[in-house]
Design a binder for this molecule. Structure first.
Ligand SMILES: *[C@@H]1O[C@H](CO)[C@@H](O)[C@H](O)[C@H]1NC(C)=O
Ligand SMILES: *[C@@H]1O[C@H](CO)[C@@H](O)[C@H](O)[C@H]1NC(C)=O
Ligand SMILES: *[C@@H]1O[C@H](CO)[C@@H](O)[C@H](O)[C@H]1NC(C)=O
Length: 506
C-alpha cells in the first residue's frame, strides 16, 4: 500500500471515529430529564455544561424572544455545587431533578438574588420572606433555579387590554414559532422558553387558563394540577380558590417528573395542600406513563368546545385515540349550559375580583421589604410612574377589584352559582357518562376547569398553515391526575406532534 493510500484510509477512519464520538456526545437540544439524569450519572455530562448550554441559548435567543425576565446570577455556582454533590455520592444527588435547571414564572417567590415581581415595576427590589413552597421542594431535591420566566403582568389581572406576554419590565414576549402569533399567557415565558430550549423545564401558574393556553400556543405540555395539589405559598396570588402551580415542559414525561417533586403538603398553604394530598398516589405519578394508557378510556367530546371546524381539525386525532383503545363519547351537552356560562363569564370574575384584592393585600403585607403594601398602592404606583405602554393599557381590572370589600352578598351569590354550575354541570356530565376526561381544542376547557379547581393537561396537537402550534386539552374531576396522565401520555406517544421552533421565529 502506498503512503498516500494509508493516509487516505486513516483519514476515513479518523472521520468515522469523529462521527461516532459526535453521535455519542450529549444532545442538548430537546433533551429530557431522563436523558440528563442518565448522562450525569454516567459522567458524560456535568450540571455546569448543562447550565452553560442554557445560558448560551438564552444569550442567543432571549434578546428576540424575551421569554426570560431574569437569569439567576448564581446558576453556575449552583451547577458546580450539584456536580460536587454528585461526585461525593450525596444521597440528594440520586434525585431525578438533581442538577437540573428549572425556570420559574416571575410570580413564584425565590429567596435569592432574583426579583419576584409578576412582571411589575412596582415589585422590583421587593424582598420576599422565603422561597415559595414549590421552590423549596425543587431545591430540596437539588434542582437549580435557572431564572425567572416572563409573564403577562400581574398574571393578566391588571387590565383587560394587556397583550398576552407583555409586562412593564421586559415588554412583549414572542412566540418562538411565528413572531406575529399570540404567544398567549399568562405563563408566557415558561412556555416559550421551554419550547425554544432556553431551559430544561419550567413552572407556570394558572388561575383561569394561564398554563394550558400558553402550552397550547407554544407546542409544549402543561399540567394544571387540582387546586391545592401544589402549594401556592409564596406565589403572587389572584385567588386561593383557583390558583395552582404546575409544570410546563417539552414532554408529558418531563412534566410528570416535575409534578412528582412539587406536589404535596405545605404548612404555609394550609388547609388546601393537606386536603389535596389525599389525591397523591402511593409511588407518585410516573407509574401512569403507560404505553397502553388510552385503552378503555372514555373521552368526552362536547359541541360546547368543538365547533364543526374543530371537529375537522381534530378528526385524525379522534381516529388515533380510538385506534389506541379509547372510547369517544360524542355529542355531549353540558347540563345547565346557561348556569355554567354564567358561572364562567360573570360569577367567576365577581368572585376573583374580591379574592384578588384580599389575597394580594395579604401577600404584599408579608413581604420583608416593598414599596407597595396593598392593591391601592399598586394602583397608585401605576398612576405615578407610567411608562407609555402602562398608560395605554390601563388597569381596569385592578380598579374594579379595589372597589370590592371582601366576600359580601354579591360574592356569596357568585360563589354559590359557581358551586351549583360545577356540581350540576361538569361533574354531573362526567359521572353520568362515566367519562375519564373531557377534551377541548387548544385550551378552551380552561375556564370550566378553573371555576371548580379541576385538573387539566395540554399536549401538542399540530401546527396550522402559518406554522402556529395548537394543542389538545384533557380535563377531569379533582384528583384525576393519574388518569389524565395516562391519557396525555398515550396521546403523545401515539402522535409525537411536537417539533422544536425554528432558530428564529418566522
Ligand atoms: C462514589 O461512588 C463511586 C461508585 O460507587 C465510587 O467509585 C467513588 O469512589 C465514590 N466517591 C466517593 C467520594 O465516595
Ligand atoms: C433585581 O432588581 C434589581 C433592581 O432593579 C436589579 O439591580 C437586580 O439586578 C435584579 N436582579 C437580577 C438577578 O436580575
Ligand atoms: C347567579 O345566578 C342567577 C341565576 O342564573 C343570576 O340571575 C345571577 O345574576 C347570578 N349572580 C352572580 C353574581 O353571578
Amino acid at each position: 500500500m502506498s503512503v498516500l493510500a494509508i493516509l487516505f484510509i486513516s483519514l476515513i477512519l479518523l472521520s468515522n471515529f469523529n462521527n461516532k464520538t459526535e453521535a455519542k456526545a450529549f444532545l442538548f437540544k430537546e433533551t429530557t430529564i431522563d436523558h440528563i439524569h442518565i448522562a450525569l450519572k454516567q459522567n458524560k455530562l456535568t450540571s455546569r455544561q448543562l447550565v452553560e448550554f442554557y445560558l448560551s441559548e438564552i444569550q442567543r435567543s432571549n434578546p428576540i424572544l424575551k421569554g426570560i425576565i431574569e437569569v439567576n446570577p448564581d446558576a453556575l455556582f449552583l451547577a458546580d455545587k450539584a456536580d460536587q454533590e454528585r461526585k461525593s455520592n450525596s444521597s440528594k444527588s440520586l434525585s431525578r431533578l438533581h442538577g437540573i435547571p428549572v425556570l420559574v414564572k416571575d410570580n413564584i417567590a425565590t429567596k435569592d438574588k432574583l426579583n419576584t415581581t409578576a412582571g411589575s415595576l412596582a415589585l422590583i427590589g421587593s424582598i420576599v420572606p422565603q422561597d415559595a413552597g414549590v421552590v423549596k421542594k425543587l431545591r430540596n431535591v437539588g434542582a437549580i433555579i435557572l431564572g425567572k420566566a416572563t409573564m403577562t403582568e400581574w398574571a393578566a389581572f391588571r387590565s383587560t387590554n394587556l397583550p398576552n406576554g407583555w409586562n412593564g419590565r421586559l415588554g412583549q414576549a414572542l412566540d418562538p414559532y411565528v413572531a406575529s402569533a399570540d404567544p398567549s399567557g399568562s405563563s408566557t415565558g415558561s412556555a416559550t422558553s421551554v419550547a425554544a430550549n432556553m431551559a430544561a423545564v419550567a413552572l407556570g401558574t394558572e388561575t383561569a387558563g394561564s398554563i394550558l393556553f400558553p402550552s397550547s400556543a407554544n407546542s409544549v405540555v402543561g399540567i394544571k394540577p387540582t387546586v391545592g395539589l401544589t402549594s401556592r405559598a409564596g406565589v403572587i396570588p389572584i385567588s386561593h380558590r383557583q390558583d395552582t402551580v404546575g409544570p410546563i415542559c417539552r414532554t408529558v414525561t418531563d412534566a410528570v417528573e416535575v409534578l412528582d417533586v412539587i406536589v404535596g403538603f405545605d404548612r404555609d398553604d394550609f388547609p388546601a395542600t393537606k386536603k389535596a394530598s389525599t389525591y397523591i398516589p402511593h409511588g407518585g405519578y410516573r407509574q401512569f406513563l403507560k404505553a397502553d394508557g388510552l385503552r378503555d378510556k372514555r373521552l368526552g367530546i362536547s359541541n360546547y368546545f368543538f365547533g364543526s371546524n374543530d371537529i375537522k381539525t381534530y378528526q385524525q386525532h379522534f381516529n388515533t385515540l380510538r385506534k389506541k383503545g379509547a372510547v369517544l363519547v360524542d355529542n355531549l351537552v353540558i347540563p345547565y349550559t346557561d348556569l355554567v356560562n354564567n358561572a364562567i363569564v360573570v360569577a367567576q370574575f365577581t368572585a376573583l375580583s374580591a379574592e384578588f384584592k384580599m389575597d394580594l393585600n395579604a401577600y404584599l403585607k408579608h413581604l420583608v421589604h416593598t414599596q407597595v403594601r396593598s392593591l391601592a398602592d399598586v394602583i397608585a404606583f401605576n398612576k405615578i410612574s407610567p411608562p407609555e405602554k402602562l398608560k395605554e393599557y390601563g388597569q381596569d381590572i385592578m380598579l374594579e377589584a379595589e372597589k370590592t370589600n371582601g366576600i359580601g352578598k354579591l360574592e356569596r351569590e357568585a360563589l354559590s352559582n359557581i358551586t351549583i354550575a360545577c356540581k350540576y354541570g361538569f361533574e354531573k356530565m362526567m359521572k353520568e357518562n362515566k367519562l375519564d376526561a373531557l377534551m377541548s381544542p387548544g385550551a378552551d376547557i380552561a375556564d370550566l376547569l378553573a371555576i371548580g379547581g379541576y385538573p387539566g393537561i395540554n399536549v401538542p396537537a399540530g401546527y396550522d398553515k402559518t406554522g402556529t402550534p395548537f394543542g389538545i386539552s384533557f380535563g377531569g374531576l379533582k384528583g384525576s391526575e393519574p388518569t389524565l396522565i395516562e391519557i396525555a401520555y398515550g396521546f403523545e406517544q401515539a402522535t409525537h406532534i411536537r417539533k422544536p421552533p425554528p432558530s428564529h421565529p418566522q
